[in-house]
Each structure stands twice: as structure tokens, then as C-alpha cells.
Design a binder for this molecule. Structure first.
Ligand code: NAD
Length: 250
């Protein structure tokens, strides 16, 4: 994948960081985008010290204009855009609590949908014109096993991740004639900072939801994303790939 240029949102941490590192390992130049400037800088520094090409870029995915600035930066620094991974996401809103649908705080609902759904839409909307100019590309949206199943007290998150799947299919149809592929991945529970606010016993209980009996590692999800970004998946679009240790097979 020499000379490919990638944008990865949420790549200061977890799955996004692992994805940025694997894309760079495979030869892409990566714009490491995150709300947290320090974590974006750390990921970019790790890539550069491993011999790869990366630049940190501070942005909020809920700001539609910021996505346009990221694409412009990718073009200015690396000459275009071939890969976009919309990974930034949150599982709980500002209250940090999980409630039934009737008790969900409006501010939690709005923040989760703003980041997890609008953030992906803005990313697609900004990336596609540059990829059309380039003659094609590959976009991966990070959904969840919650794109296809639900759990209690998680209505905003479940809704947001089901929406990511619908948006992925709709975008794949709109983009196919331009040679741009759009796919989604659905991780089970992954051992990242997203889960670190949970007590150890809760994380242990989450691990048991997967027939493989453990949480995923970020790199296991990132390898699938990298495959979908690569030319090896050239006939794959509008698809959803679970990487969930068998969770959704039960
Ligand atoms: N960890 C899991 O168990 C799990 C399971 C399924 C799906 N996912 C999904 O994977 C994605 C990444 O999750 P993770 O586990 O790596 O989480 P993480 O918390 O480790 O990383 C998320 C990153 O997104 C960034 N971010 C948050 N809000 C942002 C915003 N408004 N603008 C830009 N960046 C922002 C954070 O700063 C952080 O660096 C999310 O979409 C999440 O829903 C995670």
C-alpha cells in the first residue's frame, strides 16, 4: 500500500491508535486525528519513531468544518487522501451513567449520537470528494457488535451503532460508481480506555459474553480495518464485518 494517505479519527487511543500504527506499518502516511492533542501527538510520535509517516491533527469530529480542514491538511502534507477510518466514538455521555430508555439524559443521548453518528457522516462527507478527485478510496466506519444486537441501558449507543451500519450501506451505494468502497466493522468488547472506567468485575463479565472467553485486543480489530482499507479487499463494499469473538453468533 505504498504512498497511500490515511485519515484516522480517534487515533489518539485504543482501536484508532492501533489502526493508525498498522496502516503506517503497511506503508500509509497517516493523519492522526483526535480531540485530545496530546494523545494524537503520542500516536504520531510512536509511528515516526518506528520509521513510518504520521502527523497529529487536533479536531472534534462533531465539527463538520474540522473534517474539511483534516482532508485539506492530508492533501497539503501528503498529496491527497486514499483511506479514511471513522473510529472516534464514546460509549457513555457526559453523565457517565447508563440508563433505561425512559431515564436516559437528553444530554447523554445527544452527545453520543453527535459523536458516533454525525461524526461519521461528517467524515464521509468531507473525504468522498477528495477520493473522487483521486480516482477511488476505501472508508471504514467503526461500528460495534451493538450495530446488530442490543443490550439494556444502552439505547443511545445501540442506536448510534445501528445507524453507523445503515450509513455505511447507504454511502457504499452512493460511492460505488466512484471506485470508493465503504465498509463497517463490529468489534465485541475491546480492552481499551473506553472500558477502563468500568470496574474489573464488569470487564470480566463482558469478557464472558464472547465465546472466545476474553476481551479483544485493539490490534485484532485494527488488522481487520487495515485489510478493509487495503487493495486485498477490492471487491468488498457495503459490508459489515464482526470481530467479536463469537458474541453475535450466540
Ligand atoms: N472498546 C470497546 O469495547 C469497543 C467495542 C465496540 C466498538 N468500539 C468502538 O471503537 C471506537 C474506538 O473506541 P476505543 O475503544 O478505541 O475507545 P478509546 O476511548 O480508547 O478511543 C477513542 C478516541 O476517540 C477520541 N474522541 C472522543 N471524542 C472525540 C471527538 N468528539 N472528536 C475526536 N476524537 C474524539 C478520544 O479522545 C479517544 O482518543 C469507538 O467508535 C467505539 O464505539 C469500541
Amino acid at each position: 500500500m505504498n504512498a497511500k494517505v490515511a485519515i484516522v479519527t480517534g487515533s489518539g487511543s485504543g482501536i484508532g491508535a492501533a489502526t493508525a500504527e498498522i496502516l503506517a506499518r503497511d506503508g500509509a502516511s497517516v493523519l492522526v486525528c483526535d480531540l485530545d492533542a496530546d494523545s494524537a501527538a503520542s500516536t504520531a510520535a510512536r509511528i515516526v519513531s518506528a520509521g513510518g509517516a504520521a502527523m497529529p491533527f487536533q479536531m472534534d469530529v462533531t465539527d463538520a468544518q474540522a473534517h474539511g480542514r483534516a482532508v485539506a491538511e492530508a492533501e497539503r502534507v501528503y498529496g491527497g487522501l486514499d483511506i479514511a477510518v471513522n473510529c472516534a466514538g464514546i460509549s457513555v455521555g457526559p453523565s457517565k451513567l447508563q440508563h433505561t430508555v425512559q431515564d436516559t439524559e437528553l444530554s447523554d443521548w445527544q452527545r453520543i449520537l453527535d459523536i458516533n453518528v454525525n461524526g461519521v457522516f461528517y467524515g464521509l462527507r468531507a473525504a468522498v470528494p477528495m477520493m473522487i478527485k483521486r480516482g477511488g478510496g476505501s472508508i471504514v466506519n467503526v461500528g460495534s457488535v451493538m450495530s446488530v444486537v442490543a443490550r439494556t441501558k444502552l439505547s443511545a449507543y445501540v442506536t448510534s451503532k445501528h445507524a453507523v451500519l445503515g450509513l455505511t450501506k447507504a454511502a457504499a451505494l452512493d460511492c460505488a460508481e466512484h471506485g470508493i468502497r465503504v465498509n463497517a466493522v463490529g468489534p465485541g468488547y475491546v480492552d481499551t480506555p473506553l472500558l477502563h472506567y468500568k470496574p474489573a468485575e464488569t470487564r470480566h463479565a463482558y469478557a464472558q459474553l464472547h465465546p472466545l472467553g476474553r476481551l479483544a485486543k485493539a490490534g485484532e480489530v485494527a488488522e481487520l480495518i487495515a485489510w478493509l482499507c487495503s487493495d486485498k479487499s477490492s471487491f468488498t463494499t457495503g459490508s459489515f464485518y464482526a470481530v467479536d469473538g463469537g458474541y453475535s453468533a450466540v
